[in-house]
Design a protein around this ligand. Structure first.
Ligand code: SF4
Length: 71
């Protein structure tokens, strides 16, 4: 499954990386990014398997500006 972050709208709150640190990392002054382990073609796009869906869904629910999605 694919995880997408609309990085240009990230307000750097850190909720996603605190909730699901396996998949999200906050880079101060930049944005939230997908960790190297799960990165797709760039750091705004990740590839995860079923075992991480709950983790990513919690991060989605924690994002105050609703810019994380799963497809
Ligand atoms: S929860 Fe949303 S706004 Fe906060 S750091 Fe993550 S992507 Fe950015």
């Amino acid at each position: 499954m694919k995880v997408l972050i609309k990085q240009e709208e990230c307000i750097l709150c850190g909720n996603c990386s605190a909730t699901c640190p396996k998949v999200f990392i906050l880079v101060p002054g930049e944005s939230s990014k997908i960790t190297k382990e799960y990165m797709g073609k760039n750091d705004s796009e990740g590839e995860i398997d079923e075992s991480l869906v709950d983790c990513v869904q919690s991060a989605i629910d924690s994002c105050p500006v609703e810019i994380i999605s799963l497809e």
